[in-house]
Design a protein. Structure first.
Length: 160
């Protein structure tokens, strides 16, 4: 009699190798290229160390959400630091030349969730339903955030 063996779940290392490149691309849109790898590393380590990790069914989606939340934490910290620095900087040092308007600067005007859905639908070529699953939000939320992002991007690009 032949026994069938249940497939064991992939190891954490296999899960990381399977998704690392796409997670870094995603994080790059959320926080920029300088911090993307660190955001992914922090998010993945936190996910692997969480009590919920062994029971997670959709590990890819879980990692996308972990990266998103780590990116939010990083941006909040950067915003707090910039506010503190602005308070201590003199007004003549605070005003520099405007950088040229490019896609990265335009995207920087968007809240994190809007940047996330723009990336997932336009760069990662996911449908709104697929993006919604990765972000653990409704498809309507993704569509609404895309519409708002397009409005903001249109306004930012027209201002230049």
């Amino acid at each position: 009699m032949m026994q069938t063996m249940a497939a064991s779940p992939p190891s954490d290392a296999e899960v990381y190798r399977a998704h690392a490149v796409e997670l870094v691309r995603y994080a790059t849109v959320l926080v920029g290229p300088d911090d993307a790898a660190d955001v992914v590393a922090d998010a993945v380590l936190a996910a692997f160390g969480s009590r919920a990790w062994p029971t997670v069914a959709n590990r890819r989606a879980y990692l996308y959400r972990a990266v998103y939340h780590r990116a939010l934490d990083l941006r909040r910290g950067a915003a707090r630091r910039q506010r503190r620095e602005a308070l201590t900087a003199s007004s003549e040092h605070a005003h520099g030349a405007e950088p040229s308007l490019d896609a990265q600067r335009a995207l920087a005007h968007l809240p994190a969730q809007q940047r996330a859905v723009v990336y997932l639908t336009y760069w990662a070529d996911l449908t709104p339903a697929q993006a919604a699953e990765l972000l653990d939000v409704g498809e309507g939320t993704v569509r609404k955030q895309l519409a708002r992002a397009r409005t903001t991007l249109r306004r930012v690009l027209d201002a230049d």
